[in-house]
Design a protein around this ligand. Structure first.
Ligand code: NAD
Length: 484
C-alpha cells in the first residue's frame, strides 16, 4: 500500500486500536492506499484522558506562549507544502493545483491563530472608585472537531489552530474517507512543539461521532459535513449539554443579470461549479439567469468545455458519488431540462478505476426539480430562468440551505438588492466562490449551519472560549461597590 496503515494519535504517540479496519481508496484510480481503524468508546476514552491530563499545563500558558507553536507550525506547513498537497490529491482526488491551494489556505488559517494575541485582550474598567471589573477569555477544556471528506487538510485547520491556541485540548475525528492528512498534521504539530496530549486524532465513522457527542469529558463539538448528519450531531451534542456548531450542506445560487461582464461571469461560474469537482460547500450548483442572458450561457458552455477530467478536473470521491451525480442529470433531462454540456460517462485514459464526472451545464431547469433543490456535489450547474430580479430572489430564498449566494452584474443597485435580500451567510458580487478571507469568519445560514457562532475568524473566538468576569477591590478606603 502507498501509505502506512493509519493509526489513532493519542498523547503524542500513534496508538494501535482493536477496532475493525476500513480501506482508504484513492478516487482517481480506485486503488487501496491505506487502511484506518473504525474506533469506538475505548479509543475515545484514552484520547479524552490524555487531553484532560494535558489541559491544566497547556491552558496555564499565556496566549502569547501558546501561539509560538503555531509560528513554528506555519513554517512546517510551508516546508511540507508539496508533500501535504500530494496526500490531499491522493486521498481526495482533487488536482494538484487545488490541493496546493487547500494547503495554502491552511497556512492562512494558522497565520490567523498566530494573530490571536492581537485580538484577544480581555477588558478592564474601574466601575466604582477603586473597584475594577475585568473580563478574560478562558478555554473550555477538551473539545472535539469532526470533519468531512472534501477538504482533508483545510477543514481541520478551520478549527485546530484557533481552538488550540486559545488553550483548549482537541480531539480531531477526520473523515474516514480521507484520514491520511490528519496523521501528518499530528506529526508536524508535535515537531512544532505542541505538548503531548494537547492534540489527539481518533479515526472512525458514525460510532465514534456518537461517542464524541455523548462523552461527558468533551465540552464542545464542532462539526462540518452534510446537513443530514449536522442535524444529528447538533441535536445529540446539545442534548448532552455541550456547546456545538455544526456546518451542513449547501445549494448556492448565482444570479446572473444581462448586463454582467460576459467573460468574467462565464469563467467565474464555470470555476465555481467545477472547482474540486463541484465538491465544495461553496460551489455554485444553481444559476438563475434573469432576462436575456443566452450570450452569457453560451460563453459559460465554452468555458465548461475547456475543463477536462484528469487534466484540470479531479475525480469525485467514490463510485456511489459518480452514480448519484449522473442520476440527478438524467432525471433532470427526463423532466424536460436541456443538457448543454454533458459530463456523464467521463473516462480518463490510464485511470480506468477512477470516479470521474465531466463538467455539466443544464439549462431550463425548473425550481421544483430535485437537481434545483438538493445538493448534487458534483461539477454540475443547473440554470433556471427568471423574468425579473424579484423572481430570481424568490427562487434563491426558497432554498432550505443558505451557505452562499452571488450576483453577476455591473449595476450597483442590483448588486445591493441581492446583498440585502439573499438568504445566505456569505454573499459574492462578481465573485463565484465568496469564501471570506481571514480575519472574517466563515459560516452559512438556514440549514447550512446550526449554532450561533461561525467556525473561523473572529467569530470562532466566541465559540472556543468562555468569559470569566472578575471584580476586584484592594484599597479598603475605596467607595463601596453599589451592589455590596
Ligand atoms: P458527511 O456528513 O457524510 O460526513 C461528515 C462527518 O460525519 C464525517 O467525519 C463522518 O465520519 C461523520 N458521519 C457520517 N455519517 C454519520 C452518521 N450517520 N452519524 C454520525 N456521524 C457521521 O459529509 P461528507 O460527505 O464527508 O462531506 C460532504 C458534505 O459536507 C457536503 O454536504 C458539504 O456541503 C458539506 N460541507 C459543508 C461545509 C460548510 O462549511 N458548510 C464545508 C465542507 C463540507
Amino acid at each position: 500500500m502507498k501509505y502506512p496503515d493509519v493509526q489513532n494519535y493519542i498523547n503524542g504517540k500513534f496508538e494501535p486500536s482493536n477496532a475493525s479496519r476500513m480501506d482508504v481508496i484513492c478516487p482517481t484510480d480506485g486503488t487501496i492506499i491505506s487502511t484506518l481503524p473504525m474506533s469506538g468508546k475505548t479509543d475515545l476514552d484514552k484520547a479524552v484522558q490524555a487531553a484532560e491530563a494535558a489541559f491544566p499545563a497547556w491552558s496555564a500558558k499565556t496566549l502569547k506562549e501558546r501561539v509560538q507553536v503555531f509560528y513554528k507550525y506555519r513554517q512546517l506547513l510551508d516546508q511540507h507544502r508539496e508533500e501535504l498537497s500530494t496526500i490531499v490529491m491522493e486521498e481526495n482526488g482533487k488536482t494538484m493545483g487545488e490541493s496546493v491551494a487547500e494547503v495554502d489556505k491552511s497556512i492562512e488559517l494558522t497565520e490567523f491563530a498566530c494573530s490571536l494575541p492581537q485580538m484577544v485582550q480581555g477588558e478592564i474598567m474601574e466601575v466604582s472608585r477603586g473597584v475594577e471589573c475585568r473580563v478574560d477569555r478562558k478555554p473550555l477544556g477538551v473539545v472535539a472537531s469532526i470533519s468531512p471528506f472534501n477538504f482533508p487538510n483545510m477543514v481541520p485547520h478551520w478549527t485546530l489552530p484557533n481552538a488550540l491556541a486559545l488553550g483548549n485540548c482537541v480531539i480531531l475525528k477526520p473523515s474516514e474517507i480521507v484520514p491520511i492528512s490528519a496523521t501528518r498534521m499530528a506529526e508536524l504539530l508535535k515537531e512544532a512543539g505542541l505538548p503531548d496530549g494537547v492534540f489527539n486524532v481518533v479515526n472512525g465513522g458514525r460510532e465514534i461521532v456518537e461517542e464524541i457527542c455523548d462523552h461527558p469529558g468533551i465540552k464542545a463539538v464542532s462539526f462540518v459535513g452534510s446537513t443530514k448528519i449536522a442535524k444529528v450531531v447538533y441535536k445529540r451534542a446539545c442534548s448532552n449539554l455541550k456547546r456545538c456548531v455544526a456546518l451542513g450542506g449547501a445549494k448556492n445560487h448565482l444570479i446572473v443579470l444581462p448586463d454582467a461582464n460576459v467573460e468574467m461571469t462565464a469563467s467565474n461560474v464555470a470555476a465555481s461549479m467545477s472547482g474540486c469537482a463541484g465538491q465544495r460547500c461553496m460551489a455554485s450548483s444553481a444559476m438563475v439567469g434573469v432576462g436575456k442572458v443566452d450570450h452569457i450561457i453560451e460563453k459559460l458552455c465554452e468555458e465548461a468545455r475547456k475543463i477536462i477530467p484528469g487534466e484540470n478536473l479531479g475525480s469525485v470521491i467514490s463510485q456511489a458519488a459518480k452514480e448519484r451525480i449522473e442520476r440527478y442529470i438524467t432525471e433532470a433531462e427526463q423532466a424536460g431540462a436541456k443538457v448543454l454540456v454533458d459530463g456523464r460517462n467521463a473516462t480518463v485514459a490510464g485511470k480506468d478505476g477512477g470516479f470521474y464526472v465531466g463538467p455539466t451545464v443544464i439549462d431550463f431547469v425548473s425550481p421544483d426539480m430535485a437537481i434545483a433543490k438538493e445538493e448534487v456535489f458534483g461539477p454540475v450547474i443547473s440554470i433556471m430562468r427568471a423574468k425579473t430580479l424579484d423572481e430570481a430572489m424568490k427562487i434563491e430564498n426558497s432554498s432550505n440551505y443558505g451557505n452562499a449566494a452571488g450576483v453577476f452584474t455591473q449595476s450597483g443597485g442590483w448588486a445591493r438588492e441581492v446583498m440585502e435580500k439573499a438568504s445566505a451567510g456569505m454573499i459574492g458580487v462578481n465573485i463565484g466562490v465568496p469564501v471570506p478571507r481571514e480575519p472574517f469568519s466563515f459560516g452559512g445560514w438556514n440549514e447550512s449551519k446550526f449554532g450561533t457562532s461561525d467556525i473561523t475568524g473572529k467569530s470562532s473566538i466566541e465559540f472556543w472560549t468562555q468569559l470569566k468576569k472578575t471584580s476586584t477591590k484592594w484599597n479598603p478606603e475605596a467607595q463601596i461597590n453599589w451592589m455590596s
